[in-house]
Design a binder for this molecule. Structure first.
Ligand SMILES: [Zn+2]
Ligand SMILES: [Zn+2]
Length: 338
């Protein structure tokens, strides 16, 4: 299992993050924000996106939605869109702005629009066979988001969401692969037991721990074998933060949310000398972000979404400001001019 990540979009332009969560033969595709940079993805990549996570709906984060909609409106597999309050209505308006009489009644694509609110999740559904005319409200499971920030989970990964302040709500997302248990091959070799189908039972948590397995002249319970042979590997963790004020409260929330992340992808709209501008516009400076990365003990910080006010010649300075505090900082690999 692993997470493959790609920051898309050019320096000073719309940016987004494309993730592939690879687990065995299955791959889950996630896109974070949907600016015009979506054009950098191939058709097959766009139609493979299982979940579109929107931080907020300023134009630089949603300008590519028509392309996303065009590729996926009737793909025959559910489309999941996530974002802050009002995202369902705003996405529905995008659909209503197009004429869909050529979409047949036999089409079966369901668009699940999820609004992340301070205390709950609200879900709405649009159906292609209704030509997207109606927005159906689906009662959300009753859980308290102030305690559990997880908005989605399956057997492979989970996504948590944190509401931040960008004068409007803006959502910070954290993706974590599930930890996995593997056979410790060194211990297996030392034990002298012959590998075989029984190892699958040791790994399979649905098999009862009291079940007996005979190895050589001895018999062991699955529970005993699990204690001896299984080793736990933590899954990768990656965070996507963009467009909000990094004040004391935000920093406190995020230090624990992104703690020990493998990758932190974070906006750096401003240089430190423009801190007042960052505060006024509810954005961050590279230096603030570096302090966050350091305090949260992340492995790697990737800066993106830099203000277009800075010429490319100044990018080196922005990077230096961050690296002085957190050396493992870089811009995306594809920003080759730096
Ligand atoms: Zn914004
Ligand atoms: Zn923005």
């Amino acid at each position: 299992m692993s997470i493959d990540y790609r920051v898309i979009g050019h320096p000073g332009r719309d940016n987004a993050l494309f993730l592939k969560i690879i687990s065995g033969h299955a791959v889950d595709h996630l896109l974070f924000d949907c600016g015009s940079c979506i054009d950098e993805l191939s058709s097959s990549e766009i139609t493979s996106i299982d979940h579109l996570f929107l931080s907020h709906l300023h134009l630089d984060h949603i300008a590519g939605f028509d392309t996303f909609m065009r590729h996926n409106y009737n793909r025959g597999k559910d489309v999941h869109v996530w974002g802050p309050q009002h995202v369902a209505g705003q996405i529905h308006c995008r659909f209503l702005g197009t004429t869909w009489n050529l979409v047949g009644e036999e089409s079966l694509t369901c668009w699940q629009l999820n609004e992340i609110l301070p205390q709950r999740l609200d879900k709405y559904i649009l159906y292609s066979q209704e030509s997207f005319l109606n927005r159906h409200f689906v009662a959300s499971p009753s859980f308290d988001r102030t305690i559990d920030r997880t908005i989605f989970s399956n057997s492979k990964f989970q996504v948590s969401a944190f509401l931040m302040n960008h004068q409007i709500p803006s959502v910070a997302y954290v993706v974590e692969e599930c930890s996995r248990q593997n056979i410790d091959m060194k211990v297996l070799k030392e034990s002298g037991w012959n590998p075989g189908a029984w190892l699958q039972k040791v790994k399979d948590s649905t098999s009862s721990g009291t079940e007996k397995i005979s190895l050589g002249e001895k018999t062991y319970s699955l529970e005993e074998l699990r204690k001896t042979l299984l080793t736990t590997t933590r899954g990768q963790k990656i965070a996507y933060l963009s467009d909000f004020l990094l004040d004391k409260n935000a920093e406190e929330t995020l230090i624990s949310a992104v703690k020990n992340a493998d990758i932190l992808v974070c906006e750096s709209q401003y240089k430190q000398e423009d801190l007042e501008l960052a505060r006024k516009n509810y954005h961050m400076t590279a230096k603030q972000v570096a302090h966050l990365a350091q305090k949260a003990n992340v492995k790697k910080l990737i800066l993106f979404h830099v203000s277009q006010r800075y010429p490319h010649l100044e990018y080196g300075k922005i990077l230096e400001e961050a690296q002085e505090i957190f050396p493992a900082t870089s811009f995306p690999d594809n920003w080759e001019f730096i």
